[in-house]
Design a protein. Structure first.
Length: 406
Protein backbone atom coordinates (compact mmCIF):
# COMPACT_ATOMS: atom_id res chain seq x y z
CA UNK A 1 0.00 0.00 0.00
CA UNK A 2 1.22 3.51 -0.78
CA UNK A 3 1.80 5.72 2.25
CA UNK A 4 2.99 9.29 2.70
CA UNK A 5 6.47 7.93 3.53
CA UNK A 6 6.88 6.70 -0.04
CA UNK A 7 6.93 10.31 -1.21
CA UNK A 8 10.51 10.99 -0.22
CA UNK A 9 11.54 7.59 -1.52
CA UNK A 10 10.40 8.20 -5.10
CA UNK A 11 9.95 11.94 -5.62
CA UNK A 12 12.67 14.54 -6.01
CA UNK A 13 12.98 16.49 -2.80
CA UNK A 14 11.60 19.76 -4.21
CA UNK A 15 8.63 19.75 -1.81
CA UNK A 16 7.90 18.87 1.79
CA UNK A 17 4.24 17.84 1.55
CA UNK A 18 1.80 17.71 4.46
CA UNK A 19 2.28 14.70 6.70
CA UNK A 20 -0.93 13.07 5.52
CA UNK A 21 -2.00 11.56 2.23
CA UNK A 22 -5.11 13.26 0.81
CA UNK A 23 -7.32 10.67 -0.85
CA UNK A 24 -10.43 12.56 -1.93
CA UNK A 25 -12.23 15.85 -1.64
CA UNK A 26 -15.65 17.40 -2.14
CA UNK A 27 -16.29 21.11 -2.12
CA UNK A 28 -14.16 22.71 0.61
CA UNK A 29 -13.62 19.35 2.34
CA UNK A 30 -10.60 17.10 1.96
CA UNK A 31 -10.11 13.65 3.52
CA UNK A 32 -6.90 11.74 4.23
CA UNK A 33 -6.17 8.02 4.20
CA UNK A 34 -7.14 7.69 7.86
CA UNK A 35 -10.57 9.24 7.20
CA UNK A 36 -9.84 12.56 8.93
CA UNK A 37 -11.50 15.59 7.32
CA UNK A 38 -10.01 19.02 6.69
CA UNK A 39 -11.58 22.25 5.52
CA UNK A 40 -9.33 23.33 2.71
CA UNK A 41 -8.80 27.09 2.80
CA UNK A 42 -5.77 26.76 0.52
CA UNK A 43 -7.92 25.98 -2.51
CA UNK A 44 -4.80 24.29 -3.88
CA UNK A 45 -3.26 27.81 -3.80
CA UNK A 46 -6.06 29.60 -5.61
CA UNK A 47 -6.52 26.77 -8.11
CA UNK A 48 -9.59 24.84 -7.00
CA UNK A 49 -11.92 27.71 -7.89
CA UNK A 50 -15.11 25.68 -7.41
CA UNK A 51 -13.74 23.40 -4.68
CA UNK A 52 -12.82 19.74 -4.92
CA UNK A 53 -14.56 17.50 -7.45
CA UNK A 54 -17.47 19.85 -8.23
CA UNK A 55 -20.30 18.03 -10.02
CA UNK A 56 -20.52 20.70 -12.72
CA UNK A 57 -16.84 20.18 -13.68
CA UNK A 58 -17.05 16.40 -13.45
CA UNK A 59 -19.87 16.69 -15.95
CA UNK A 60 -17.95 19.01 -18.30
CA UNK A 61 -14.85 16.82 -18.03
CA UNK A 62 -16.71 13.58 -18.66
CA UNK A 63 -18.66 14.89 -21.63
CA UNK A 64 -15.49 16.12 -23.31
CA UNK A 65 -13.53 12.98 -22.36
CA UNK A 66 -15.95 10.93 -24.43
CA UNK A 67 -15.43 13.18 -27.46
CA UNK A 68 -11.82 14.30 -27.97
CA UNK A 69 -8.70 14.34 -25.78
CA UNK A 70 -5.99 15.77 -27.96
CA UNK A 71 -5.61 17.00 -31.49
CA UNK A 72 -2.18 18.74 -31.86
CA UNK A 73 -1.84 22.26 -33.20
CA UNK A 74 -2.27 21.03 -36.77
CA UNK A 75 -5.90 21.06 -35.79
CA UNK A 76 -7.96 23.02 -33.34
CA UNK A 77 -11.08 22.29 -31.34
CA UNK A 78 -14.36 23.85 -30.40
CA UNK A 79 -13.71 24.04 -26.62
CA UNK A 80 -10.48 26.06 -27.13
CA UNK A 81 -12.14 28.50 -29.52
CA UNK A 82 -15.14 28.97 -27.24
CA UNK A 83 -12.99 29.53 -24.16
CA UNK A 84 -10.87 32.09 -26.02
CA UNK A 85 -14.05 33.81 -27.20
CA UNK A 86 -15.38 33.94 -23.65
CA UNK A 87 -12.14 35.36 -22.27
CA UNK A 88 -12.13 38.04 -24.96
CA UNK A 89 -15.78 38.91 -24.43
CA UNK A 90 -15.20 39.51 -20.73
CA UNK A 91 -11.88 41.37 -20.86
CA UNK A 92 -10.03 44.05 -22.86
CA UNK A 93 -8.37 41.32 -24.91
CA UNK A 94 -8.93 40.40 -28.55
CA UNK A 95 -6.70 37.32 -28.71
CA UNK A 96 -5.59 34.46 -26.46
CA UNK A 97 -2.64 32.08 -26.44
CA UNK A 98 -3.17 28.87 -24.44
CA UNK A 99 -0.54 26.95 -22.51
CA UNK A 100 -0.51 24.67 -19.47
CA UNK A 101 0.69 26.62 -16.46
CA UNK A 102 1.36 30.03 -15.01
CA UNK A 103 5.01 30.13 -15.90
CA UNK A 104 4.17 29.30 -19.50
CA UNK A 105 1.59 32.08 -19.63
CA UNK A 106 4.24 34.52 -18.36
CA UNK A 107 6.94 33.08 -20.62
CA UNK A 108 4.65 33.75 -23.60
CA UNK A 109 3.89 37.26 -22.31
CA UNK A 110 7.57 38.15 -21.92
CA UNK A 111 8.52 36.68 -25.29
CA UNK A 112 5.62 38.51 -26.90
CA UNK A 113 6.71 41.83 -25.39
CA UNK A 114 10.27 41.35 -26.61
CA UNK A 115 9.04 40.35 -30.04
CA UNK A 116 6.73 43.35 -30.21
CA UNK A 117 9.59 45.72 -29.44
CA UNK A 118 11.87 44.01 -31.98
CA UNK A 119 9.14 44.25 -34.60
CA UNK A 120 8.04 47.83 -34.03
CA UNK A 121 11.23 49.42 -32.68
CA UNK A 122 14.61 47.68 -32.55
CA UNK A 123 16.61 45.17 -30.55
CA UNK A 124 17.92 47.80 -28.15
CA UNK A 125 14.41 48.18 -26.74
CA UNK A 126 14.59 45.00 -24.69
CA UNK A 127 14.73 45.84 -20.97
CA UNK A 128 12.06 44.26 -18.80
CA UNK A 129 11.20 46.08 -15.58
CA UNK A 130 10.17 43.72 -12.79
CA UNK A 131 9.82 43.93 -9.02
CA UNK A 132 11.60 42.57 -5.98
CA UNK A 133 9.68 39.86 -4.10
CA UNK A 134 7.40 39.23 -7.08
CA UNK A 135 6.71 35.69 -8.24
CA UNK A 136 6.23 34.79 -11.89
CA UNK A 137 7.14 31.09 -12.12
CA UNK A 138 10.14 28.78 -12.17
CA UNK A 139 11.39 28.56 -15.76
CA UNK A 140 14.74 30.26 -16.21
CA UNK A 141 13.13 33.29 -17.89
CA UNK A 142 10.25 33.68 -15.42
CA UNK A 143 12.34 32.96 -12.33
CA UNK A 144 14.69 35.69 -13.53
CA UNK A 145 11.69 38.02 -13.89
CA UNK A 146 10.72 37.14 -10.32
CA UNK A 147 12.20 39.00 -7.42
CA UNK A 148 13.49 36.25 -5.13
CA UNK A 149 17.26 35.82 -5.41
CA UNK A 150 17.23 32.45 -3.63
CA UNK A 151 15.15 30.96 -6.47
CA UNK A 152 17.80 32.01 -9.01
CA UNK A 153 20.87 30.80 -7.17
CA UNK A 154 22.88 28.08 -8.86
CA UNK A 155 21.15 28.38 -12.23
CA UNK A 156 23.33 30.95 -13.95
CA UNK A 157 23.95 32.34 -16.41
CA UNK A 158 20.48 33.84 -16.23
CA UNK A 159 18.76 35.58 -19.16
CA UNK A 160 19.76 39.25 -19.27
CA UNK A 161 17.88 42.47 -19.74
CA UNK A 162 16.03 42.69 -16.43
CA UNK A 163 15.82 45.60 -14.01
CA UNK A 164 14.33 44.85 -10.58
CA UNK A 165 12.79 47.67 -8.59
CA UNK A 166 11.39 47.95 -5.12
CA UNK A 167 7.61 48.20 -5.36
CA UNK A 168 7.72 51.23 -3.09
CA UNK A 169 10.60 52.98 -4.82
CA UNK A 170 10.21 56.66 -5.69
CA UNK A 171 8.33 57.86 -8.78
CA UNK A 172 11.66 59.11 -10.16
CA UNK A 173 13.25 55.65 -9.96
CA UNK A 174 10.23 54.16 -11.74
CA UNK A 175 10.32 56.83 -14.43
CA UNK A 176 14.03 56.29 -14.99
CA UNK A 177 13.62 52.54 -15.41
CA UNK A 178 10.54 52.55 -17.63
CA UNK A 179 12.31 54.42 -20.42
CA UNK A 180 12.67 54.19 -24.20
CA UNK A 181 14.83 51.04 -23.89
CA UNK A 182 12.20 49.28 -21.83
CA UNK A 183 9.98 46.82 -23.72
CA UNK A 184 7.78 45.74 -20.83
CA UNK A 185 6.98 45.98 -17.16
CA UNK A 186 5.64 42.87 -15.45
CA UNK A 187 3.77 43.10 -12.18
CA UNK A 188 1.43 41.21 -9.88
CA UNK A 189 -1.22 43.82 -9.02
CA UNK A 190 -1.55 41.98 -5.72
CA UNK A 191 1.69 40.29 -4.72
CA UNK A 192 0.57 36.77 -3.84
CA UNK A 193 3.47 34.58 -2.75
CA UNK A 194 5.21 37.39 -0.95
CA UNK A 195 2.29 37.98 1.39
CA UNK A 196 -0.97 39.03 -0.29
CA UNK A 197 0.09 42.65 -0.69
CA UNK A 198 -2.08 44.82 -2.95
CA UNK A 199 -0.04 47.38 -4.89
CA UNK A 200 -1.47 50.88 -4.30
CA UNK A 201 -3.79 51.71 -7.19
CA UNK A 202 -2.10 55.07 -7.69
CA UNK A 203 1.19 53.24 -8.23
CA UNK A 204 -0.33 50.90 -10.80
CA UNK A 205 -1.84 53.89 -12.62
CA UNK A 206 1.54 55.61 -12.67
CA UNK A 207 3.25 52.51 -14.05
CA UNK A 208 0.50 52.34 -16.71
CA UNK A 209 1.18 55.96 -17.60
CA UNK A 210 4.94 55.44 -17.86
CA UNK A 211 4.52 52.34 -20.02
CA UNK A 212 2.21 54.17 -22.41
CA UNK A 213 4.63 57.07 -22.67
CA UNK A 214 7.64 54.79 -23.32
CA UNK A 215 5.84 52.38 -25.66
CA UNK A 216 6.55 49.61 -23.17
CA UNK A 217 3.95 46.92 -22.71
CA UNK A 218 2.35 46.52 -19.31
CA UNK A 219 1.99 42.88 -18.30
CA UNK A 220 -0.33 42.08 -15.41
CA UNK A 221 0.39 38.70 -13.90
CA UNK A 222 -3.09 37.80 -12.63
CA UNK A 223 -2.30 34.12 -12.28
CA UNK A 224 -3.27 34.21 -8.61
CA UNK A 225 -5.69 37.17 -8.60
CA UNK A 226 -7.77 36.26 -11.66
CA UNK A 227 -10.83 34.09 -12.29
CA UNK A 228 -13.07 35.71 -9.72
CA UNK A 229 -10.61 35.36 -6.85
CA UNK A 230 -10.90 39.04 -5.91
CA UNK A 231 -14.60 39.45 -6.67
CA UNK A 232 -14.32 40.48 -10.32
CA UNK A 233 -13.25 38.20 -13.16
CA UNK A 234 -9.81 39.84 -13.07
CA UNK A 235 -8.59 42.14 -10.33
CA UNK A 236 -7.58 44.99 -12.68
CA UNK A 237 -11.21 45.31 -13.73
CA UNK A 238 -12.18 46.68 -10.31
CA UNK A 239 -9.29 49.17 -10.11
CA UNK A 240 -9.64 50.44 -13.66
CA UNK A 241 -6.06 50.01 -14.82
CA UNK A 242 -5.73 48.10 -18.07
CA UNK A 243 -2.68 46.06 -19.03
CA UNK A 244 -1.49 45.36 -22.57
CA UNK A 245 -0.91 41.70 -21.79
CA UNK A 246 -2.71 39.70 -19.10
CA UNK A 247 -1.69 36.28 -17.83
CA UNK A 248 -4.00 33.75 -16.23
CA UNK A 249 -3.57 30.18 -15.01
CA UNK A 250 -4.13 28.66 -11.53
CA UNK A 251 -7.90 29.08 -11.00
CA UNK A 252 -8.74 29.04 -14.71
CA UNK A 253 -8.76 25.25 -14.97
CA UNK A 254 -10.47 24.64 -11.63
CA UNK A 255 -7.76 22.05 -10.91
CA UNK A 256 -6.69 21.12 -14.43
CA UNK A 257 -3.45 22.54 -15.85
CA UNK A 258 -4.06 25.47 -18.17
CA UNK A 259 -2.44 28.85 -18.78
CA UNK A 260 -3.64 31.75 -20.92
CA UNK A 261 -1.93 34.86 -22.26
CA UNK A 262 -4.36 37.57 -23.33
CA UNK A 263 -3.67 40.65 -25.40
CA UNK A 264 -4.92 43.07 -28.03
CA UNK A 265 -5.06 42.43 -31.77
CA UNK A 266 -2.15 44.73 -32.58
CA UNK A 267 0.21 43.00 -30.14
CA UNK A 268 -1.03 39.49 -30.96
CA UNK A 269 0.02 39.98 -34.59
CA UNK A 270 3.66 39.53 -33.50
CA UNK A 271 2.99 35.87 -32.70
CA UNK A 272 2.72 34.85 -36.33
CA UNK A 273 2.91 31.15 -37.32
CA UNK A 274 6.06 29.44 -36.05
CA UNK A 275 7.06 32.10 -33.53
CA UNK A 276 5.78 30.42 -30.39
CA UNK A 277 3.93 27.23 -29.52
CA UNK A 278 2.89 24.51 -27.09
CA UNK A 279 2.00 20.85 -27.63
CA UNK A 280 -0.75 20.70 -25.03
CA UNK A 281 -1.90 24.33 -25.07
CA UNK A 282 -5.58 24.57 -25.94
CA UNK A 283 -6.23 20.96 -24.96
CA UNK A 284 -9.90 20.05 -25.54
CA UNK A 285 -10.52 18.73 -22.02
CA UNK A 286 -8.81 21.53 -20.06
CA UNK A 287 -10.46 24.22 -22.18
CA UNK A 288 -13.90 22.60 -21.90
CA UNK A 289 -13.54 22.47 -18.12
CA UNK A 290 -12.17 26.03 -17.94
CA UNK A 291 -15.16 27.33 -19.89
CA UNK A 292 -17.45 25.82 -17.27
CA UNK A 293 -15.33 27.37 -14.50
CA UNK A 294 -15.79 30.77 -16.14
CA UNK A 295 -19.53 30.28 -16.53
CA UNK A 296 -19.93 29.52 -12.83
CA UNK A 297 -17.52 32.23 -11.63
CA UNK A 298 -18.88 34.99 -13.81
CA UNK A 299 -22.35 34.84 -12.29
CA UNK A 300 -23.93 37.27 -9.89
CA UNK A 301 -24.44 34.55 -7.26
CA UNK A 302 -20.76 33.59 -7.18
CA UNK A 303 -19.43 37.14 -7.22
CA UNK A 304 -21.84 38.08 -4.42
CA UNK A 305 -20.75 35.06 -2.40
CA UNK A 306 -17.10 36.13 -2.69
CA UNK A 307 -17.87 39.58 -1.26
CA UNK A 308 -20.00 38.12 1.55
CA UNK A 309 -17.42 35.51 2.53
CA UNK A 310 -14.68 38.16 2.52
CA UNK A 311 -16.68 40.21 5.01
CA UNK A 312 -17.40 37.15 7.13
CA UNK A 313 -13.68 36.31 7.19
CA UNK A 314 -12.88 39.92 8.14
CA UNK A 315 -15.39 39.75 11.03
CA UNK A 316 -13.81 36.53 12.27
CA UNK A 317 -10.39 38.11 11.93
CA UNK A 318 -11.42 40.96 14.23
CA UNK A 319 -12.89 38.49 16.71
CA UNK A 320 -9.84 36.20 16.73
CA UNK A 321 -7.36 39.03 16.87
CA UNK A 322 -9.19 40.60 19.80
CA UNK A 323 -8.92 37.25 21.53
CA UNK A 324 -5.31 36.40 20.61
CA UNK A 325 -3.58 39.47 19.17
CA UNK A 326 -1.39 37.34 16.87
CA UNK A 327 -1.85 39.37 13.69
CA UNK A 328 -1.26 42.66 11.94
CA UNK A 329 -4.27 44.02 9.98
CA UNK A 330 -5.83 41.61 7.50
CA UNK A 331 -4.88 42.06 3.84
CA UNK A 332 -6.32 40.98 0.54
CA UNK A 333 -9.35 41.29 -1.66
CA UNK A 334 -12.28 38.92 -2.17
CA UNK A 335 -11.20 35.39 -1.32
CA UNK A 336 -7.47 36.03 -1.56
CA UNK A 337 -6.78 36.83 2.05
CA UNK A 338 -3.65 37.23 4.18
CA UNK A 339 -3.39 37.31 7.95
CA UNK A 340 0.14 38.62 8.63
CA UNK A 341 1.66 37.38 11.89
CA UNK A 342 2.98 40.01 14.26
CA UNK A 343 6.75 40.03 14.60
CA UNK A 344 6.63 38.31 18.00
CA UNK A 345 4.52 35.42 16.65
CA UNK A 346 6.46 34.74 13.45
CA UNK A 347 8.71 32.24 15.25
CA UNK A 348 5.55 30.20 15.93
CA UNK A 349 4.42 30.20 12.30
CA UNK A 350 5.20 26.53 11.59
CA UNK A 351 3.47 25.53 14.85
CA UNK A 352 0.36 27.52 13.94
CA UNK A 353 0.08 25.87 10.52
CA UNK A 354 0.61 22.43 12.11
CA UNK A 355 -2.00 23.10 14.80
CA UNK A 356 -4.48 24.34 12.21
CA UNK A 357 -3.98 21.09 10.31
CA UNK A 358 -4.39 19.09 13.52
CA UNK A 359 -7.67 20.93 14.15
CA UNK A 360 -8.84 20.18 10.62
CA UNK A 361 -8.28 23.39 8.69
CA UNK A 362 -5.68 23.96 5.98
CA UNK A 363 -4.12 27.35 5.23
CA UNK A 364 -1.19 28.13 2.97
CA UNK A 365 1.87 30.08 4.06
CA UNK A 366 2.89 33.21 2.16
CA UNK A 367 6.05 35.29 2.60
CA UNK A 368 7.86 32.22 3.92
CA UNK A 369 5.32 31.66 6.69
CA UNK A 370 5.00 35.23 7.90
CA UNK A 371 1.49 35.40 6.48
CA UNK A 372 -1.40 32.95 6.82
CA UNK A 373 -2.91 32.91 3.35
CA UNK A 374 -6.40 31.73 2.44
CA UNK A 375 -7.73 31.18 -1.07
CA UNK A 376 -10.64 28.78 -0.67
CA UNK A 377 -13.29 27.68 -3.14
CA UNK A 378 -15.28 30.66 -4.37
CA UNK A 379 -18.38 28.62 -3.57
CA UNK A 380 -17.58 28.25 0.14
CA UNK A 381 -20.79 28.71 2.16
CA UNK A 382 -21.40 30.85 5.21
CA UNK A 383 -21.69 27.73 7.39
CA UNK A 384 -18.44 26.29 6.00
CA UNK A 385 -16.60 29.55 6.62
CA UNK A 386 -17.89 29.59 10.22
CA UNK A 387 -16.79 25.98 10.70
CA UNK A 388 -13.33 26.74 9.26
CA UNK A 389 -12.88 29.84 11.42
CA UNK A 390 -14.04 27.91 14.50
CA UNK A 391 -11.33 25.34 13.81
CA UNK A 392 -8.79 28.10 13.31
CA UNK A 393 -9.88 29.61 16.62
CA UNK A 394 -9.17 26.27 18.35
CA UNK A 395 -5.75 26.14 16.68
CA UNK A 396 -4.97 29.69 17.86
CA UNK A 397 -6.06 28.80 21.40
CA UNK A 398 -3.79 25.75 21.33
CA UNK A 399 -0.91 27.88 20.06
CA UNK A 400 -1.40 30.37 22.88
CA UNK A 401 -1.22 27.57 25.44
CA UNK A 402 1.88 26.07 23.81
CA UNK A 403 3.65 29.40 23.45
CA UNK A 404 3.12 30.43 27.05
CA UNK A 405 4.32 27.07 28.40
CA UNK A 406 7.37 27.08 26.10
C1 LIG B 1 1.61 30.48 -9.19
C2 LIG B 1 2.02 31.69 -9.86
C3 LIG B 1 2.83 31.63 -11.02
C4 LIG B 1 3.38 30.35 -11.57
O1 LIG B 1 2.40 29.44 -11.96
P1 LIG B 1 2.82 27.91 -12.27
O2 LIG B 1 1.55 27.31 -12.78
O3 LIG B 1 3.27 27.32 -10.97
O4 LIG B 1 3.90 27.93 -13.26
C5 LIG B 1 3.15 32.82 -11.64
N1 LIG B 1 2.71 34.00 -11.16
C6 LIG B 1 1.93 34.10 -10.06
C7 LIG B 1 1.46 35.43 -9.60
C8 LIG B 1 1.57 32.95 -9.37
O5 LIG B 1 0.82 33.04 -8.27
Amino acid sequence: MTTINDFSRYLMPTYKPWGFLPTHGKGVYLWDDSGKDYIDLTGGIAVSTLGHAPDVLIDAFTKQAHKLWHISNYGTCEPAIRLAQMLCEHTFADKVFFSNSGLEANEAALKLARRYAHTHFDATKHTIVAFKNAFHGRSLFTVTAGGTDAYKQGFGPLPGGFVHLDIDCSDEVLAQAINSECCAAIIEPIFGESGVIPVPIKRLKYIRELCTKSHALLIFDEIQTGIGRTGTLFYHQQIDVQPDILTSAKGLGGGLPIGATLTTDAIAQCFMPGVHGSTFGGNPITTAVARTVLEVVNSETTLKNIAQCHQQCADWFTKLNTQFDFFEPMRGVGLLIGWPLKQAWRQHSATLFALAMQHGVLCVPAAGGKVVRMAPSLLITEAEMDEAMGRLQSACAALQVQATTM
